[in-house]
Design a binder for this molecule. Sequence first.
Ligand code: FMN
Length: 190
Amino acid sequence: MGNKKIVVAITGASGSIYAKILLQKLDNLKDQIKEVGIVMSDNAKDVWKFELEDETYKNFDFKFYDKNDFMAPFASGSAKFDTMIIIPCSMGTMGRIATGISNDLTTRAADVILKERRKLILVARDTPFSLIHINNMKTITEAGGIICPAVPSFYNKPKTIEEVAETVVNRVLDLAGLDNPSYRWGESKP
Ligand SMILES: Cc1cc2nc3c(=O)[nH]c(=O)nc-3n(C[C@H](O)[C@H](O)[C@H](O)COP(=O)(O)O)c2cc1C
């Protein structure tokens, strides 16, 4: 078992497929991970059901926390969760993080990760961006967070929606420091 402790927050931006693929991959990489805690907003559950037409997040063998559960371990820096991934990340959640409004478990956990100088990865999703969004991205970047927008790549010639979405999730796993086999530019296609 690895020693990574990861928080995954899922919000109500479009792109539940990114969250689903991330959870599948984290499940496969369990030997590198000590603990995964998951929190979903209400809109995340609604958007997942609308876009994916299932509720398969319920099937994953990870611990889920209520969005208002401030007793969750990662609501405090002392629990030493080292990485937080918000996928997909809505502009609303990003704005609340950028302004320090820790009024739910996701924004509190992100606040904790930033204050403890640990790794915060926001898979921000909207298009186009307003100056408010861009300024919030700048603020979070200056505070040490990583904006990893839900922008897929196509140079590995993905054939399905899942393969397109996987290009984003693979970059997220790289940023999280997990050893995840994926296509690397310069290598032949896997
Ligand atoms: C189908 C659907 C798609 C949405 N897509 C986005 C999106 O891509 N980006 C975004 O910022 N908000 C999007 N929203 C709006 C958010 O769900 C809404 O702003 C919500 O308050 C975000 O709250 P949360 O971050 O706590 O989930 C979408 C809503 C719905 C119903």
